[in-house]
Ligand binder design. Structure first.
Ligand SMILES: [Zn+2]
Length: 277
């Protein structure tokens, strides 16, 4: 079931490596592979360099068909390595489907990718919570039908007003703070599921909302190795352009500036070119 890679192939790697054979990989959870891990962790080399060591390369890498892809297509293929799949996981975890009303909390690269994923999965109305004009523009391009620029209680009230007081059918939490999780649960309709992919810091799950309003919680580290083959055909056909999140470029010598730009919110997401081509 895994690829037959050859020297010279164009490949994309998920942000985690996996063996493709353990019980969790076979169950569709390669990001929880029993023998897997992430680049730059646990003594493993990082993923940004002129050469990268890929554990279980046959299972981890996904071969990209075709040649002479445009720069825009290559940027979108790169987005599949992480943020596009993580946004997709938020939408899948929240149970997004055709005709639904969805809200996305967070306007970083993952939040914007979640907007794109919700649109791809057929959501009819997508409310993006963002106060940044550049990010609002990408959200609109990705399919957001409404923008809420307020935060906290004001944002909650606005989303409830837009949904007849009911809240949304899927709230996608793409930040990972206590405030963003609280907002996601507050705007989630009874019976819905919060799809959460933000790395949590200082988050408490409001168990009263879970129990008394029947709002569930799903999400986690995206099984990107499973999603890349699903999303790649749409990228290659130009139906989705997740690479639009890259709005800052650096080469390997300037990589610290690429990170600083994201940290200082000068960039949504940085792209690093590692070799002359
Ligand atoms: Zn595995």
């Amino acid at each position: 079931m895994w690829g037959d890679l050859r020297p010279g192939d164009l490949v994309v790697t998920p942000f985690t490596y996996s063996d493709g054979t353990c019980v969790l990989c076979r169950a569709g959870w390669p990001s929880n592979c029993l023998h897997g891990g992430g680049y730059g962790n646990h003594g493993m080399d990082g993923g940004q360099g002129e050469a990268v060591r890929v554990p279980f390369a046959d299972a981890t890498l996904v071969k990209v068909p075709g040649t002479r892809h445009s720069d825009a297509t290559l940027r979108s293929i790169l987005a599949l390595s992480d943020v596009a799949c993580t946004g997709h996981h938020a939408a899948v975890s929240g149970g997004v489907g055709p005709g639904m009303t969805v809200a996305v909390v967070g306007d970083g690269a993952v939040g914007l990718s979640a907007v794109l994923a919700a649109q791809r999965l057929g959501a009819a109305r997508i409310i993006a919570l963002s106060r940044n004009p550049a990010r609002q523009a990408v959200a609109r391009e990705f399919g957001a039908t409404d923008i809420v620029a307020a935060r906290g209680d004001e944002a909650i009230e606005a989303v409830r007003d837009m949904t007849d007081g009911l809240g949304v059918e899927a709230a996608l939490e793409c930040v990972g703070t206590g405030d963003s999780m609280a907002t996601a649960f507050a705007i989630a309709r009874s019976g819905s599921v919060v799809g959460a992919v933000g790395a949590p810091h200082g988050v408490e799950v409001p168990i009263d909302t879970v129990i008394f309003r029947n709002v569930g919680l799903r999400g986690g580290v995206a099984p990107a190795r499973k999603y890349i083959p699903e999303l790649l055909p749409d990228v290659l056909a130009g139906r989705i352009n997740p690479g639009r999140v890259f709005d800052f470029e650096a080469d390997l010598e300037q990589i610290s500036d690429a990170y600083a730009a994201m940290d200082e919110r000068r960039a949504i997401k940085s792209l690093v070119r590692v070799a002359a081509s």
